[in-house]
Design a protein around this ligand. Structure first.
Ligand code: ADP
Ligand code: MG
Length: 719
């Protein structure tokens, strides 16, 4: 009773203040008016005071400290100096005209430079007077200077008592030139806070959590992120707000996961039968790794539970995901169901078809293949057999999800390289069986960083194969530049003489397709000059070729007729030629890390020592260099995925674009792993004890989820 009355009270208080400052249009904020409001709408998408409040500063101007001139280095970023102007020189002519001032403190001197407003500045500054200079250090040939510093004479500074640790907001040129500069932005924020009442921003975390995690209350954190006294306050405020972002997303994801488990039944697979056992005892050509065994156990548990399996299988290139997938399909067969395996390209699907057909040879299992290239009578017959249940395992491309593909009883659907399929495409698989949806297993091409998996696929179960089959030799990776071209050719000759085969891969991205194609053809010509027929044969494969021609060229390489395969990234996915032991990547700087790792994974599949040679120009950006160094340093896909996330940011990783979910205000999946981990653990614990959040202690969580939870979309449910 007490509870219900108090919640009624809360409702009343809220409605009384429903037109609080936050819902107000910014037009009526002190210092705005219709013109500025229109500008803020257009430039920042800000309409209400709430919108403005939630645009947090992206950095702060620390004017609390003074730097000594002798301590400045190239790495010093924004610095504040206090010194006397000793010289003022207007130098240069025309567009190069500039004012150079020499500022000296008791430790040294530095040049301050103005290109714009030089004459005006020259009049304003007084030689012999003391100033505070604030600006960004610039370094040219080792010489430091500060272009366009903000200058304040000591007397001016003395008069002002403004906060010396000030927020800087993301802005646009228009805003700045039309008078909404840093200082105005700050004053707008001050105007909001002047009117803000404690109940305008409600706490959304239970008190016990705030205490236990030592977080500031929500209102305090929001105030503090706009107006901190120092860096430490910034960190505290950020931590609280990041936690909140990540926590509510995890709460939502785990709720969805639970909800799915509670409401969606799966086809029960109680039995492990002849198919599985025969394969395991008689066909399996090697001992499973411990990781493979563990993952199989995890999957079997789901399959037997009566719930629907909805699992992401992660594993490095070559870790043996396919065989695990196949064994899951055999469990479906043992329970009287069909299975399908979908791959993103024709080539990869074909390889799976061949590989799996070989694995189950002599087992009375009918494996068939479907893609866009299967047409007419052949397709008709196949579809009829599928519907009658005569086909046990269907392997193919996205053709599998078309509406006209009907199964008799699809028990499990496996998707290889899942990130290449759209969310909607994958969703269709759910409808391929009635009344229960098939079990769903999706496999990655390369590992995904943990934090990304936790958010992007946070409502799926995840299994990880973190071990490679024994006996693999590490691929030796080298970084060479154009200067080493002769050495590369020489090395290729040696390897070919030993009977090996070689890939040479060129980038091909759409914007510069013509140029890239030219590059590829030049490379092909060079190879033909260096490796002329009849002793040598070269395959070439690129995206502009007809599928039949591509297959023909590919086939020649697979059979060993050709020694060199010159190609674009079309060979990235899945191709398996164990005799190929050298991967040469041209213009390495233009490839992303995960793509490089994928490409490298094409070699190292046989018994021989394999090599990966990363060719690049001599000059490289810092980021390209780090990418290449990462490749040289490690073969571990998990490590590479982490580096990729760090370098590119979560928004640019494969599979994240379509989700839109990673638009955090503050949280950064590359840096906030620990906060995320904590958030997920706490969310899980809470739902364990109180799945519906009905306990009074969780009232704030429930209220928040009821109002905002829907916005946290369920994007991967359909995987
Ligand atoms: P990926 O995880 O990249 O899809 P695959 O499933 O294609 O890897 O497996 C790569 C290769 O390793 C295949 O040739 C497969 O037969 C082999 N393989 C898989 N598991 C084992 C194992 N436990 N022991 C030895 N070889 C294995
Ligand atoms: Mg694979």
């Amino acid at each position: 009773m007490v509870d219900s009355t108090s919640s009624i009270y809360i409702l009343k208080v809220e409605s009384m203040h429903s037109n609080n400052i936050l819902t107000q249009s910014i037009e009526y904020l002190k210092g705005v008016g219709p013109k500025r409001a229109a500008l803020l709408n257009k430039e920042l998408g800000v309409f209400t005071c709430r919108d403005l409040l939630f645009q947090y500063p992206f950095r702060y101007e620390d004017r609390t400290k003074f730097h000594k001139i002798k301590d400045l280095t190239e790495q010093s970023d924004m610095v504040q100096l206090r010194g006397v102007v000793r010289r003022l020189d207007l130098v240069g002519e025309g567009r190069k005209r500039r004012l150079v001032a020499r500022l000296r403190d008791d430790t040294g001197a530095i040049e301050l430079v103005w290109f714009q407003g030089a004459t005006w500045m020259e009049k304003k500054l007084l030689i012999g007077s003391e100033y505070i200079a604030y600006g960004k250090i610039n370094s040219f040939n080792g010489k430091l200077s500060i272009p366009h510093p903000e200058m304040e004479s000591i007397t001016e500074a003395g008069l002002k008592k403004e906060s010396s640790f000030a927020p800087v907001y993301a802005s646009t040129e228009k805003l700045n030139t039309r008078g909404i500069d840093r200082k105005v932005r700050r004053s707008l924020m001050q105007a909001i806070f002047a009117k803000l009442q404690p109940y305008d921003i409600q706490e959304n975390l239970p008190d016990y959590m705030i205490e236990k995690l030592r977080l500031p209350p929500r209102m305090a954190a929001i105030r503090q992120i706009h107006f901190p006294k120092n860096q430490k306050e910034v960190e505290t405020a950020r931590k609280r707000l990041k936690f909140e972002e990540l926590f509510f997303l995890q709460l939502r994801l785990l709720q969805l996961k639970q909800h799915r488990k509670d409401t969606i039944k799966g086809i029960p697979f109680p039995k492990i039968g002849d198919y599985f056992n025969t394969f395991y005892k008689e066909k399996l050509p090697f001992e499973l790794t411990n990781a493979q065994k563990r993952v199989l156990k995890e999957i079997r548990k789901d399959l037997g539970s009566g719930a629907q399996l909805n699992r992401l299988l992660q594993g490095d290139v070559g870790s043996g995901k396919t065989i695990v997938g196949l064994m899951c399909m055999l469990i479906a067969l043992d329970n009287g169901c069909q299975a399908c395996l979908m791959a993103p390209t024709e080539i990869l699907a074909q390889q799976h078809f061949q590989g799996i057909s070989e694995y189950v040879e002599g087992m009375d299992i009918r494996v068939d293949f479907l893609s866009g290239s299967i047409k007419g009578k052949k397709r008709k017959a196949l579809l009829a057999d599928l519907k009658e249940g005569k086909i046990h395992i269907l392997i193919g491309t996205h053709a599998l999800i078309e509406d006209w593909v009907e199964f008799k009883n699809l028990g499990i659907s496996i998707t290889d390289e899942q990130h290449r399929f759209g969310v909607k495409q994958r969703a269709k698989l759910w409808h391929k069986n009635k009344p229960y949806p098939p079990h769903i297993l999706v496999m990655t091409a390369t590992p995904i960083p943990r934090t990304l998996a936790m958010t992007l696929y946070g409502d799926l179960d995840v299994s990880v194969i973190d071990e490679l089959p024994p006996g693999r030799k590490e691929i030796e990776t080298k970084h060479w530049t154009e200067h080493h071209r002769l050495r590369v050719i020489g090395f290729m000759k040696e390897e070919i003489a030993k009977g090996r085969q070689i890939y040479v891969v060129y980038p091909l991205i759409e914007e510069s397709e013509k140029l890239d194609l030219q590059n590829l053809m030049d490379g092909y010509d060079q190879m033909q000059r260096e490796f002329p027929p009849p002793t040598h044969q070269i395959s070439i494969v690129h995206g502009r070729m007809k599928p039949a021609d591509k297959d023909f060229e590919m086939q020649r390489f697979v059979e060993g007729t050709t020694q060199i395969m010159v190609a674009t990234t079309v060979i990235e996915v899945g191709v398996n030629v164990p005799n190929a032991s050298v991967m040469i990547i041209e213009n390495t700087e233009r490839f992303g890390l995960s793509q490089l790792h994928q490409l490298r994974g094409r070699v190292g599949r046989g018994a021989e020592q394999s090599y990966c040679i990363l060719m690049s120009s001599y000059k490289l950006s810092a980021e390209s260099r780090e990418r290449i160094q990462t490749m040289v340093r490690t073969n571990n896909g998990f490590e590479i995925a982490e580096a990729d996330l760090r370098l590119r940011g979560p928004g640019n990783m494969a599979g994240t674009q379509q989700s839109g979910i990673l638009n955090f205000r503050l949280a950064d999946l590359a840096k906030d792993q620990r906060i995320l981990q904590t958030a997920r653990e706490i969310a899980a614990r809470i739902l364990d004890q109180d799945a519906q959040l009905t306990k009074p202690i969780h009232a704030r969580l429930k209220q928040y989820m009821d109002t905002h939870g829907k916005r946290l979309k369920a994007w991967s449910r359909i995987s």
